[in-house]
Design a protein around this ligand. Structure first.
Ligand code: DGL
Length: 279
């Protein structure tokens, strides 16, 4: 048994999409989440910048005494997972790409046309494609960067014509020209526009890594005998800019799941500590 919380981080609010599936599957587990809302988006930045930010946040989570770090960000998982593991060898560090890549590699075959959408950095890294091909090199993989999705989602522009037009701008030709039947949401922000994508392309089988990662978290906890039981820790959500959007999105994502009595929201400046408390 290990009652310490699980640490999650993302460039912003996208990684929050991993939390409801986790709370449903493993309700005893407690969470510390860090969203780097002040410096989002990561997906168009230099890899050296992303590495620097990720190291700072992982260091913060380790100091919070988490039992595992989940990189709830494809951009960081695609570029920094090896170095994070090297820098923090004593704690399990799980990237979001591998569990989904494994699932697609085992469930799809050469008859499928698989598409991956993500940030510029994730797509340029070919992390999904390479990992899938390591397991099953017969799969047809097509990749497309959709850099305008994250800023719109961070602004809360979701159930809206602007979002639908943006999706069509990036995806119409990508889906049509490659005859896609499967699409991997290769950015943790994208499950927030899954309904829009389903409505626009009902023929697609949509793969959501934010749900799939829970299977791997459960396996790691089981193998290490690390499940929590009656933990007295609180769920805490930190943001480097505790904006109204971030708080609104938490309401949107958690709807009924969040138990307000156990959730604390704190604005966290990596240099100046806590400056504001929300909710
Ligand atoms: N949610 C992140 C991802 O999964 C990062 C998006 C961004 O900051 O550009 O890639």
């Amino acid at each position: 048994m290990d009652n310490r919380p699980i640490g999650f981080f993302d460039s912003g609010l996208g990684g929050l999409t991993c939390i409801p599936p986790l709370m449903k599957r493993l309700p005893e587990e407690k969470i510390i989440y860090f969203g780097d809302t002040a410096r989002t988006p990561y997906g168009s930045k230099a890899i050296s910048t992303i590495k620097g930010f990720s190291m700072e946040i992982a260091d913060f989570l380790v100091k919070c005494n988490v039992k595992m770090i989940v990189i709830a960000c494809n951009t960081v998982s695609a570029t920094c997972v090896g170095e994070l593991r090297k820098k923090f060898p004593d704690i399990p560090i799980l990237g979001i790409i591998e569990p989904a890549a494994r699932q697609v590699a085992s469930e799809c075959d050469a008859d499928n046309q698989v598409g991956i959408i993500g940030t510029k950095v994730t797509i340029a890294s070919h992390a999904y494609k390479d990992m899938i091909h390591e397991i099953n090199d017969t799969l047809n993989i097509n990749e497309n960067a959709c850099p305008a999705f994250v800023p719109l989602i961070e602004e809360g522009i979701i159930e809206n014509d602007i979002m639908d037009l943006t999706i069509k701008y990036y995806m119409d030709e990508f889906v049509k020209n490659n005859h896609l039947d499967t699409v991997i949401l290769g950015c943790t922000h994208y499950p927030l526009i899954k309904k829009n994508i389903e409505r626009l392309y009902p023929q697609l089988n949509i793969i959501n890594p934010s749900s799939i990662i829970v299977n791997r978290i459960e396996e790691i906890l089981k193998d290490g005998d690390m499940f929590a039981k009656d933990s007295e820790c609180q769920n805490v959500f930190y943001a480097s800019d505790l904006s109204e959007n971030f708080l609104n999105m938490i309401d949107h994502i958690f709807a009924e799941e969040a138990d307000d009595a156990k959730v604390k929201f704190l604005n966290f400046d990596l240099e100046n500590e806590f400056v504001k408390q929300g909710k």
